[in-house]
Design a protein around this ligand. Structure first.
Ligand code: PEP
Ligand code: MG
Length: 324
């Protein structure tokens, strides 16, 4: 069975290579699916479920969550849907899911860390997701993973909830399990994580702030918050290489996926999917269609080896791709 799984993953990656990369949508609420479909999204690459939570005075119940996830899967009608477990904390706080006041919330108890400190709420979400998976092609990913232990713990909790539901004769569906790549620790050890997941999605908004040590919301260090810094691209290359060595697909779901300076580089690195705001999908698709893949491979290699600043990277892409 394991062997079969490998073979099919391998075929997927190969097929994705031959095809153009997938262009999928970032959404925050089920009501965003309409816009994603109208924009021609090939699927949902990131459903930020915390928005469901932010619009409620208390934790949405298992059934409320189940219905929201089911609606998205059903409306996407068999297209792939990636749902991220709640990414609360940092700049997104909730009265009913809250860490103690922290000096550095972005380095503190947020995302999967907060989920582990409030395991009952996390279990509710996992159960809702497993039940909804019956209605479509669901991938679940965990935000801000930093260590392999965290990943194993989250997977174990999901397996436990699956077993409980099955024992209660409640239907559950197949779920692919993945992680967001948002911490340098995961990017550096991507090869070790790749053998433990079905896919990865690079969250360049957070990855940039942690690589550059520059708060993504702080105007005073905005000039240091550089998604197109060569340091970020080297890490992204490491992640894509590790995923493809392990025959799993990898996407970008941060703002970078819609940046015309970054897209040519990501195409050249062989990224499998771009997940962007529905408003950007058309623009992303048009740009990707007109890129020559072989030339982008050369361009991407140049970017990671050039003794470069962010300005040099952007000037190089501008000249190579946009000044034609
Ligand atoms: C990211 O960090 O790039 C990401 C997609 O997650 P969010 O913007 O919700 O933190
Ligand atoms: Mg993030």
């Amino acid at each position: 069975r394991n062997h079969q799984l490998m073979a099919s993953k391998q075929e997927n990656v190969r097929a994705d290579k031959k095809r153009l990369p997938m262009i999928v949508a970032n959404i925050g609420l089920p009501s965003d699916v309409d816009g994603a479909l109208k924009a021609g999204a090939d699927g949902v690459g990131l459903f930020r479920t915390e928005f469901l939570f932010l619009s409620s005075k208390r934790l949405p119940t298992e059934n409320e969550q189940f219905r929201a996830y089911k609606v998205v899967l059903a409306q996407m009608a068999g297209r792939p849907v990636t749902i991220r477990t709640a990414d609360v904390g940092g700049d997104k706080t909730l009265p009913y899911l809250r860490a103690a006041t922290e000096a550095n919330p972005f380095l503190g108890n947020r995302a999967i860390r907060l989920a582990f400190s409030q395991p009952d709420s996390f279990r509710v979400q996992l159960r809702a997701l497993l039940r909804a998976a019956v209605y479509g092609k669901l991938s679940v990913m965990f935000p801000l993973v930093t260590t392999l232990d965290e990943l194993k713990r989250a997977k174990q909790m999901m397996a436990n909830e699956r077993a409980k539901l099955t024992h209660q004769h409640i239907s559950v569906g197949d779920v692919r399990v993945g992680i967001m790549v948002e911490t340098p620790a995961v990017a550096v050890l991507a090869d070790q994580f790749a053998s433990e997941v079905d896919f990865m999605s690079i969250g360049t908004n957070d990855l940039t702030q942690y690589v550059m040590a520059a708060d993504r919301g702080n105007q005073q260090v905005a000039d240091l918050y550089q998604p197109n810094n060569p340091a970020v691209f080297r890490l992204i290359k490491t992640v894509i290489g590790a995923c493809h060595d392990n025959h799993i697909p990898v996407s970008v779901c941060g703002e970078m996926a819609a940046d015309k300076m970054a897209i040519p580089i990501l195409v050249g690195m062989g990224l499998d999917a771009f997940s962007a705001n529905p408003r950007s999908i058309n623009k992303v698709r048009c740009l990707i269609k007109r890129l020559n893949h072989r030339k982008m491979v050369t361009l991407a290699n140049k970017v990671v080896t050039m003794a470069g600043t962010t300005n040099q990277v952007e000037a190089f892409v501008q000249q190579a791709v946009h000044n034609e």
